[in-house]
Design a protein around this ligand. Structure first.
Ligand code: HEC
Length: 152
């Protein structure tokens, strides 16, 4: 075994045994993943939570429960149960880009400053937290979804 591989294993061991590198308690992580996928998935969940806390909690709440009739719950959200493409559009371009507001009083604002990677991390987090189990969302999936709604 080369030194590089030894180093990689040692590094992986360090990262995996480090307590700070744990998925958020409210998130689901499939068990049958290889170590590399597990690490990437966990990283998206952790980053996604940070981004969600910064950009989304003031409306949808930490618990994902939303706020009364103003802001919909993300737990069991139909948009998230979908293939998540519409949700990527909603986050990037706001309500107008992906659909008419179902809540007539208030629309979701666009957050065009979020990168495709950040949207993938947020979707992986909210799609796999509070009981949601919609799997990993890749950057390329987000990129493909956004092409469809960018011109609207
Ligand atoms: C200013 C408040 C506000 C912020 C901030 C906000 N949202 Fe929303 N969100 C809304 C509103 C209002 C709706 C409902 C829009 C409609 O009726 O079409 C919504 C809808 C959604 C939906 C669809 C839910 C469903 O099933 O109908 C998702 C998913 C979502 N938001 C995710 C997010 C994420 C992720 C963020 C952070 C990046 C975020 N939102 C930030 C207000 C907000």
């Amino acid at each position: 075994m080369s030194n590089n591989r030894l180093f990689l294993f040692f590094f992986l061991f360090l990262v995996l045994s480090c307590n700070s590198y744990q998925k958020p308690a409210e998130s689901h992580l499939p068990e049958n993943l290889d170590e590399a996928s597990k690490m990437k998935y966990t990283q998206y969940l952790i980053q996604g939570k940070i981004l969600y806390n910064t950009n989304c909690t003031h409306c949808h709440q930490n618990s994902g429960e939303g706020f009364r009739k103003l802001y919909p719950a993300l737990i069991g959200s139909a948009t998230l149960m979908d293939d998540m493409g519409p949700a990527a559009c909603l986050i990037k371009y706001g309500t107008k880009a992906s659909r008419e507001a179902s809540n007539q009083n208030i629309a979701m604002p666009a957050q065009t400053e979020l990168s495709n990677l950040e949207i993938a991390e947020i979707l992986t987090y909210i799609g796999n937290s509070w009981g949601n189990q919609n799997g990993f969302i890749s950057v390329s999936k987000v990129a493909t979804s956004l092409v469809d709604c960018a011109t609207h």
